[in-house]
Write a protein that binds this ligand. Structure first.
Ligand SMILES: Cc1ncc(COP(=O)(O)O)c(C=O)c1O
Ligand SMILES: N[C@@H](CCCC[NH3+])C(=O)O
Length: 421
């Protein structure tokens, strides 16, 4: 469900025509819909409401301050993985008591920041990390609220670069080593051991891996309880996918909630989650202009002004993004198979191969769908290309929520050493 649709032959985001935005802001441009963000958050939050935990938006999926603020006003917390994301979440208005800090490698400075801010929970992923956090907390005279992220050895998520819950992945404390890690954590005076966290991967389209992982969490909670370690919080992580292609079936949040209920609902723990893609994925488009149509000997290339540095998912994971023209295609018009490519000097700078699209010409605008998550956040300045601006639409109004940097700004952190002056 999203709020991008054709009206009178033009693609709209809510009540704003996309070509009007491009006219004002230029191309390429990321465009987000407030109504879609709101709806996705509310459906997910409503389905987990009975478990009394937090819904912490995974800031890594979309780190734009205005997007996070939109969600924070609906009651969202934030799942952060760096001091930078923690500061973004705070600046966007997320209260510290709704922030969870995840990630395998937090620095001492990041731990200090988390404790000074007084965040809800720090998810710890190794024994050495427990020890360092204990040291940092003792030095500050506080107790750190922690959950141990366990690795349940459950495979999930389509691409090998996305799965996180297998024992060969770097994430979490090995399932079998978890009881000993809990006993160790409980012996450390600087830690307040609150709960358990699990996150098995991303773009998961099937509930079975969730069920398998949650059952392991259940076993662990009961085993620890029998051992005198009583946990009050469970953090499910994120991972529920979105339909990138028509016909992709993703279980809706209420079905996911039913799995949570049947596996963990009777434990008396508050249950939080960290969805990212599910909230932001279909709430964003990347709009790009066709620069040239180039006839190769075996294929036709549509060379567009967005590139792999702006949306890296196709190059990095061979991910599929739907592509639609901003001017509504004429019904029944024959399509042409295009290789849609960007201007970056890499063969991998290919968004789609042999994709049937209505005939395109230079100056036409196209939109990459489902680009609201892991789009702008994963972009870079490769080939000295300026970061793409981001626009937030709300009903019939829109605002630039990150502008395109100038070339001076892009170079502002660099310095030529004295000996080269
Ligand atoms: C710890 C953690 N929580 C939440 C997320 C968000 O995942 P998703 O965007 O798949 O919901 C991730 C990323 O996969 C993660 O690593
Ligand atoms: N960034 C990835 C998924 C990894 C999620 C972060 N743990 C994507 O675009 O699909």
């Amino acid at each position: 469900m999203h709020h991008f649709h054709y009206r009178n032959g033009r693609l709209y985001a809510e009540d704003v025509a996309i070509d009007d935005i491009v006219q004002a802001v230029g191309s390429p441009v990321y465009i987000y819909s407030t109504a879609t963000l709101t709806r996705h958050f509310q459906v997910f939050a409503d389905s987990l409401k009975e478990f009394g935990g937090l819904v912490c938006f995974a800031v890594k999926s979309n780190g734009n301050t205005a997007v996070i603020r939109t969600l924070a006003r609906l009651g969202a917390g934030a799942d952060v993985v760096s001091g930078g994301e923690l500061m973004v979440a705070r600046a966007a208005g997320v209260p510290a008591e709704r922030i969870i800090f995840s990630g395998v490698g937090k620095t001492r400075a990041e731990m200090e920041l988390a404790l000074d801010e007084g965040i809800h929970q720090i998810n710890v992923e190794s024994v050495p990390e427990l020890d360092l956090l204990n040291e940092v907390a003792l030095a500050r005279g506080v107790k750190a609220p922690v959950a141990l992220r366990v690795n349940p050895d459950v495979g999930a998520g389509g691409h090998a670069k996305i799965t996180t819950g297998k024992k060969e992945n770097k994430f979490g404390i090995d399932w079998t080593a978890a009881p000993a890690a809990y006993r160790h954590a409980c012996s450390l005076p600087g830690l307040d051991v609150k709960g358990v966290a699990v996150h098995i991967g991303s773009q998961i389209a099937d509930l079975q891996p969730f069920e398998d992982a949650f059952l392991r969490v259940r076993d662990l909670v009961l085993m620890l309880r029998a051992d005198g370690i009583s946990l009050s919080r469970i953090d499910l992580g994120g991972g529920l996918g979105v339909p990138y292609e028509d016909g992709n079936d993703i279980p809706p949040p209420p079905e996911y909630a039913a799995i949570v209920r049947s596996t963990l609902g009777d434990l008396g723990c508050s249950i939080s989650a960290e969805p990212g893609r599910l909230i932001a994925g279909n709430a964003g488009l990347l709009v790009s202009e066709v620069m040239f149509i180039k006839e190769g000997s075996t294929r036709t290339f549509a060379i567009v002004d967005a590139a792999m540095n702006d949306l890296v998912r196709p190059a990095m994971y061979e991910a599929f993004h739907g592509i639609i023209p901003v001017a509504e295609p004429v019904p029944g018009e024959a399509t042409i198979d295009y290789d849609v490519v960007g201007p970056v000097c890499e063969t991998g700078d290919t968004f789609a191969k042999q994709r049937p699209l209505p005939p395109l010409k230079a100056g036409d605008l196209i939109a990459f769908k489902t680009a609201g998550a892991y789009g702008a956040t994963m972009s870079s300045q490769y080939n000295a290309r300026p970061l793409v601006p981001e626009v937030l639409v709300d009903g019939n109004r829109f605002a630039v929520v990150r502008r395109r940097p100038t070339f001076e700004e892009m170079r502002a952190l660099e310095q030529v050493p004295e000996w080269l002056a």
